[in-house]
Each structure stands twice: as structure tokens, then as C-alpha cells.
Design a binder for this molecule. Structure first.
Ligand code: PLP
Length: 433
């Protein structure tokens, strides 16, 4: 093949990517329909209302087949509300993968709880079900499963462990809206799904978050925690007392969390429109992204980050798409150098993903609430901090993965050129050693 023998762009050869990319990476896709929906909210002066949000919640719940959906001001707020709703409180522990964004775990600190990090699996880079059970103690209240970079976490064993120990499972769906785990929508498998829908994510709405659940008790608690104007309505509306905790019952109808987490209705309005088109748009994303990886099947040093074909699992909207890197197959070429050479070919990429949280000083040293000791161990009876070397897979992520182009359209020529950029560098790695 002519391309194969051509020199690398970083060595003065022709770039693999030649065709203008146009709007293939543009996201979100905003049309007049989104603009119109916003104008309606603005002209009615309903920015702080809940009517549009309630419609968005209905759409969202119907899409997932869950009984409840509760709009939030951000994914962070949704996760904090979900944690409290699952009973996480003072002195408790949650188990969370080390490889994720702050908000999957950090909000637990503000509840007086702490975080125990678990390692991730090398192929999925999601929480490793085999690294969870031995971390459960009598203080464990919840496991947070993050469907990292769109890859669905292995929910079956996680749910089995949770059932066995009476622990709740919170799915953080911020990377994986509409993704399937063995044919089931992610976010509907755990006790509660919580997610961001801010405009950087694959379901891109504006600042916002969503909590979905089939558990009325969790729903009521999430309402009581962060939704002033709804606290009175919910419990009484059902005619039965869902909240059984004496403290909650005593103060039912009152804003117990003291937080205001309602979704801004410009977000809800955009959300309704985006959702209407989301499935169709993600079908095209999946077609483009799968084509990219199909073209790279068998290339040394690089591996697709996607579930096996025929597994019934999908990558949803492929948020923050990653590839796996195996330096040993490329003579030990550091991923940083690999990415530099791919960028020279005209494709955007960069090494790593989120840095492992268990090594971050914010979790190990910071005294955030003035306890006179690190917040991580402020309310625990033992030092739960996890040193370097304790979660080897999460610690390897900065050198074992990289970003790949996130195609929003199926345009074969452009995708083929981008795949060639990666292939050329992998196949000519010796030139870089
Ligand atoms: C973005 C993100 C969040 C936080 O959502 P915000 O809407 O930004 O508050 C939570 N978890 C994960 C995994 C995320 O990527």
C-alpha cells in the first residue's frame, strides 16, 4: 500500500488527513427548533418555573422506561442528591472508581462521608467488579458505577455484590446517555441513575443534570434534598407515606437539604428538543465511530475501547472517546510521542484521560471543612487513604490510553483519513524510537 510506505508527517511526509473536516466534530447540533424552544420560555418569563422541566422529566423517564426523573441544575447536583437519597451521611463510605471526574465522588465529602476508590478494568476502564466487595464495610452505603467514556460498566456482578451487602448502586451516566448494557439502557440498572447533561456531554442540553429511578423512596428523598417548591407536593400526592425515617417524616414537606437544585428552564427547553433527535444522532455517531475502529482492527499497539460485537452493549454517544494503548507492541514508544506524531498527521488526540483521583492531594491532604485534618479521613475511624501503587490499572491510564476523534457524522472519506493517521504512526513506530 502506498500510504503504508509513505513517511510520517512528523518526519516531513504528507499528512494523512487532507479533506476539510467541515462540521463533522461540531456538537451540540443546534437548530431553529432549539432556538424557538428557548424563545418560548423567555417570552413567557418562565425561566425559573418547573412546567417545562416536568415535561422534560416525563420525556426522559419515558425514554428510559423509569417511573421517575428529576431535573437538576447540574450533574454534580444530581449526584449529590442521589447520594443523600441513597442514605449516604456522616461517617459513611461510598465506593467509586479512581478513574472518573471529581463529581462522581467528591460530593460525598459535603455529606460528611468518605470515598473508597476501586480500580478499573484494563479493557473497559470502568470500575472493576472484582475490586469492590473486599472494600465493603458496615459503613458502605453506595457504589458509584461510572460508564466511563461511554463504555458500560459491568453492572451484573456489581448489582449482585450490592444486593448481597444491602448497598445501593448509583450509576453515573454522564458519559453514556443512551448506552446499552446487554440490551438495557444504562442508568436503569442500578437503584438510581444520575448524570450531567451539560453542553460538553453527549446529551448536550446546557447546564443541567438528571436523576432517574424506579424507587419512590429514593425519588422522594432527592426531592426533599434539593427541590424547595416540590417538597410539599410529593409525599402527600401519593396518599401514602413513602419516607419512613422518623426524622424525614417529622420534617416531611420541608426543604431538608437546604439546596436549590432545580433545572433552569432554558436547559429543560433545549433538553426536550435535543432528546427528540438524540437517538437518531447517536445512531450516526455509532456508525462513524465503529467504522473508525473497524478500519484499525489488528493494528499493533492500539485497541478499540468498545464492547465486543454481539454483546448487546453499546457506547451510547461515545462521549470523550478513548483508544487503548499498548506501548510494548510498539517498542515501548511513549504514548505522548505516539500522540504527537498522530497530531502531525492532522488528527486530534492526546494521551491519558482523567488522572487517578486516589492520588490527588484534594482527596488526601485538603482540609475542606475545617476539621483540622484532611476531609477524606475527618469522619472515619481508620485512615482510608490509598497510596501510589494501590490501584495499578487506574494509575496506568495516563500512559495506556489516548483520545480519538469524536465523529458526529458518518462521512467515510474523513473517517478513513483519520484512521490512517493512527495506522501510519503505529505501523511506522520504529521511525520514532
Ligand atoms: C461532567 C461529569 C459530572 C458532573 O456534571 P456537571 O454537569 O458538570 O456538574 C459527573 N460525573 C462525570 C463522570 C462527568 O463527566
Amino acid at each position: 500500500m502506498a500510504e503504508k510506505s509513505s513517511p510520517l508527517a512528523i518526519k516531513g511526509g504528507p499528512k494523512a488527513v487532507q479533506t476539510p473536516v467541515g462540521d463533522i466534530f461540531t456538537w451540540p447540533i443546534i437548530t431553529e427548533e432549539d432556538e424557538q424552544a428557548c424563545l418560548e420560555v423567555l417570552r413567557a418569563g418562565k425561566m425559573s418555573g418547573t412546567d417545562v422541566t416536568k415535561q422534560f422529566e416525563q420525556d426522559f423517564a419515558a425514554w428510559h422506561g423509569t417511573q421517575y426523573a428529576l431535573g437538576h441544575s447540574s450533574g454534580t447536583a444530581a449526584l449529590l442528591g442521589a447520594m443523600w437519597a441513597c442514605g449516604v451521611g456522616h461517617g459513611d463510605e461510598i465506593i467509586c472508581p479512581s478513574l472518573t471526574y471529581w463529581a462522581s465522588g467528591l460530593p460525598a465529602f459535603s455529606l460528611g462521608a468518605t470515598i473508597i476508590f476501586a480500580d478499573v478494568e484494563p479493557h473497559s476502564i470502568c470500575i472493576d467488579p472484582k475490586d469492590i466487595e473486599h472494600r465493603i464495610t458496615e459503613r458502605t452505603k453506595a457504589i458509584v458505577a461510572v460508564h466511563y467514556a461511554g463504555y458500560p460498566a459491568d453492572m451484573d456482578p456489581i448489582m449482585a455484590i450490592a444486593e448481597k451487602h444491602g448497598v445501593k448502586v448509583i450509576e453515573d451516566v454522564s458519559h453514556a446517555h443512551g448506552g446499552l448494557y446487554k440490551g438495557r439502557l444504562v442508568g436503569t440498572i442500578g437503584h438510581v441513575g444520575a448524570m450531567s447533561v451539560m453542553s460538553g456531554k453527549s446529551l448536550a442540553v446546557g447546564e443541567g443534570g438528571m436523576v432517574i429511578t424506579n424507587d419512590r423512596h429514593i425519588y422522594e428523598r432527592a426531592v426533599a434534598f434539593g427541590h424547595y417548591e416540590r417538597t410539599a407536593a410529593t409525599e402527600w400526592a401519593t396518599g401514602k407515606k413513602v419516607l419512613t425515617e422518623p426524622e424525614l417524616v417529622k420534617f416531611a414537606g420541608l426543604p431538608q437539604g437546604g439546596y436549590k437544585f432545580r433545572m433552569h428552564q432554558l436547559s429543560s427547553a433545549v433538553g426536550r428538543v435535543q432528546l427528540r433527535h438524540y437517538r437518531e444522532r447517536t445512531v450516526e455517531i455509532q456508525k462513524g465511530m465503529n467504522y473508525f475502529w473497524d478500519l484499525l482492527e489488528g493494528v499493533p499497539g492500539i485497541r478499540a475501547h468498545r464492547p465486543p460485537k454481539g454483546s448487546g452493549s453499546t457506547m451510547g454517544g461515545w462521549y470523550s472517546a478513548r483508544g487503548l494503548y499498548r506501548a510494548e507492541e510498539l517498542g515501548g514508544l511513549p504514548v505522548r510521542q505516539f500522540c504527537e506524531a498522530v497530531r502531525a498527521e492532522g488528527a486530534s488526540t492526546g494521551p491519558g484521560a482523567n488522572s487517578p483521583l486516589h492520588l490527588h492531594p484534594l482527596f488526601n491532604e485538603a482540609d475542606i471543612y475545617g476539621h483540622g485534618k484532611p476531609t477524606r479521613i475527618a469522619n472515619t475511624t481508620r485512615d482510608v487513604r490509598q497510596p501510589k501503587g494501590s490501584l495499578p490499572v487506574a494509575e496506568s491510564i495516563p500512559t495506556s490510553c489516548y483520545g480519538i476523534p469524536w465523529f458526529k457524522h458518518y462521512r467515510p472519506q474523513i473517517i478513513e483519513e483519520h484512521a490512517l493517521a493512527f495506522r501510519k504512526v503505529a505501523e511506522n513506530y520504529k521511525e520514532l524510537l
